[in-house]
Ligand binder design. Structure first.
Ligand code: AMP
Ligand code: GLY
Length: 430
């Protein structure tokens, strides 16, 4: 079958790399893709939210299956768009319906879903202009620090953790009354602060059955020792060493299965990835957030560990037959280290020529996050996150050495990466 992947980052490069290996894949298209996907398929210059052009591309290229990478098209209803159009409704879609995507698109919706289905999460209340007068008393009833979340999508920036109550009260007003995050913060969820170590768990579901993907931990801050500004993610390690069998059983029993059963009970059409952002609170896993897509850069460490045919599993899920699929994970660890542009996550320059990609040895796989070809056909930087260098080993510490070794061979002006990916986990294991 011909397959179309929507997206253009390292996540989509990793998905494309895996899907292109499937005997079920005839021709692979990526919209819009990046320079890393050119050897795997054909890039189509289409924005992921331009549904009319996506429809045209589906018809022109006889595409049978669409795999959606990022959240934007999902929250905007790409599933419903394709399924509701007679000319393309036969096309399979891997990604939830607009209703399902609200688990990521609205923090309040996700909280209500968890409450309804008894899924452990932080205590919360939500506020708008209407009940803002009640917020001060709620803030006073919580212990510091205070967690304020814009209800809607805010490009990963909508969560504030505030040390004192007075600032929390003022920030709440800025969010709601001064539209600090635009329309996304017209409603704000205030929640109990949970303390513990975070991990990400991923599943594939068809709304009835699920297959767990490997766990991962990502590194969000730009600076070593988790300092400085938040980024899209600077590296990932899979599996998370502290997520042992007993802890994973708790996660499946109290979170993953109740979530999938909840989707079914609520009649929510959901064929896609579920990304559980979790926190380990003294041995009890709780949900910090749901995403309705894979994580980036977690995908670049998680998907290389899938031994089975990923396309077969995603396709079966889209046909409601996920339960029939055998799904195996490689027991080796995988890590990925992200190379970014100088200045990121603030202003940075693009168009820097990348050298040394050919010198990377067979110990690592390079996925492209933000790259393009320039007029001379050279690969150049085209985003904040530029490349992800993934390696495997029985021991994630050895895998990290392989990635850092190959990173030395790659050069471009302003190249930066965190040198301490995985070090917190190494300390925990000592
Ligand atoms: P979110 O966008 O919901 O993932 O939140 C972004 C980050 O804020 C999370 O990765 C956590 O580090 C932190 N965070 C969110 N909610 C809480 C909470 N209730 N307690 C502690 N930290 C939180
Ligand atoms: N790495 C976190 C995310 O993709 O949201």
């Amino acid at each position: 079958m011909n397959v179309l992947i929507l997206g253009s980052g390292g996540r989509e490069n990793a998905l494309a790399w895996k899907i292109a290996q499937s005997p079920m894949c005839d021709k692979l298209f990526i919209a819009p893709g990046n320079a890393g996907m050119l050897s795997l398929g054909e890039n189509l210059p289409i924005k992921v939210t331009d549904f009319d052009s996506i429809k045209k591309a589906i018809i022109e290229n006889d595409i049978k299956f669409v795999v959606v990478g990022p959240e934007d098209p999902l929250v905007n209803g790409i599933y419903d768009f394709i399924k509701g159009d007679k000319e393309i409704s036969h096309v399979g879609v891997f990604g939830p319906s607009r209703e399902g995507a609200r688990l990521e698109g609205s923090k309040e919706y996700a909280k209500e879903f968890m409450m309804r289905h008894g899924i452990p999460t932080a205590a919360y209340r939500s506020f708008t202009e209407e009940n803002i007068d009640e917020a001060d008393a709620f803030i006073d009833s919580l212990k510091a620090p205070y967690v304020l979340k814009a209800d809607g999508l805010a490009a990963g920036k909508g969560v504030l953790i505030i040390p004192d109550a007075a600032t929390a009260k003022a920030s709440l007003r800025e969010m709601i009354l001064d539209a600090k995050f635009g329309q996304a913060s017209a409603k704000v969820v205030i929640e109990e602060f949970l303390s513990g170590i975070e991990l990400s768990v991923f599943a594939i579901t068809d709304g009835k059955d699920y297959k767990l993907l490997p766990t991962a931990k990502d590194y969000k801050r730009i600076g070593e020792g988790d300092t400085g500004l938040n980024t899209g993610g600077m590296g990932a390690v899979s599996p998370v060493p502290f997520a042992d069998e007993a802890f994973m059983k708790k996660i499946e029993d109290t979170i993953v299965r109740p979530t999938v059963e909840g989707l079914e009970k609520d009649g929510i059409v959901y064929t896609g990835f579920v990304f559980f952002g979790l926190i380990n609170v003294d041995g009890t896993p709780k949900v910090i957030e749901y995403n309705v897509r894979m994580g980036d850069p977690e995908t670049e460490a998680v998907i290389p560990r899938v031994e089975s045919d990923l396309l077969e599993a995603l396709w079966a899920a889209s046909q409601g037959r996920l339960g029939e699929v055998d799904f195996h994970i490689d027991s080796r660890a995988a890590v990925t280290v992200v190379l970014v542009s100088g200045g990121y996550p603030e202003a940075y320059e693009k168009g820097k020529v990348i050298k040394g990609l050919d010198a990377v040895d067979e110990n690592s796989i390079v996925f492209h996050s933000g790259t393009a070809l320039n007029e001379n056909g050279e690969i150049v930087t085209a985003g904040g996150r530029v490349l992800c260098v993934t390696s495997y080993d029985e021991d994630f510490r050895e895998a990290l050495k392989k990635s850092y070794g190959n990173i030395e061979k790659i050069s471009y002006e302003g190249k930066y990466c965190r040198r301490d990916i995985g070090q917190d986990l190494m300390r925990m294991m000592e």
